[in-house]
Ligand binder design. Structure first.
Ligand code: AMP
Length: 131
């Protein structure tokens, strides 16, 4: 099992932001901004555009709900969405609360947050998602 499948299965710890039977959302460990979240399918699939239409549609609808929760927890202009997948071969959507387009630059230095701060951020998003 790959690292993200293990995270979704709870075998590797993560800062949980949202979940349902099929999908899981957790904080990116090297965030561009506070609230930078990854959304993944629990099942192992590398390339997002290899997903069947129905699954991809449900994935995006789940990501939308997570984005709404992120925006409520971390007021921003909009939540940006990006798909790279160059590092981890398990489909994932980056959701990033943006104040400006600069926040979407993956070449920016990453934030270094304490475990306590990461948990606080994730809990805030989870609370909004669960409303
Ligand atoms: P990419 O595959 O290019 O979208 O990059 C993978 C992303 O996953 C990067 O932003 C990493 O910081 C993030 N990442 C890698 N391992 C973990 C992990 N164990 N927990 C949370 N985020 C991770």
């Amino acid at each position: 099992m790959g690292i993200f499948a293990k995270i979704a299965a709870g075998e590797i710890p993560s800062y949980k932001c949202a979940e349902n039977d099929e999908f899981y959302a957790f904080l990116d460990i090297n965030p561009l901004v506070k609230g930078h979240t990854l959304v993944i399918p629990r099942r192992e699939v590398d390339y997002i555009f290899d997903m069947e239409d129905d699954e991809l549609a449900r994935f995006e609808v789940f990501a939308k709900k997570v984005a709404v929760a992120i925006k409520a927890a971390f007021p921003c202009v909009k939540v940006g969405q990006a798909v790279l997948g160059l590092e981890v071969p398990h489909a994932h959507i980056h959701l990033i609360p943006m104040q400006s387009e600069k926040d979407m630059n993956f070449a920016n230095p990453k934030l270094s947050l304490s475990a306590e701060e990461m948990k606080e951020i994730a809990d805030k998003i989870y609370k909004e998602f669960s409303k």
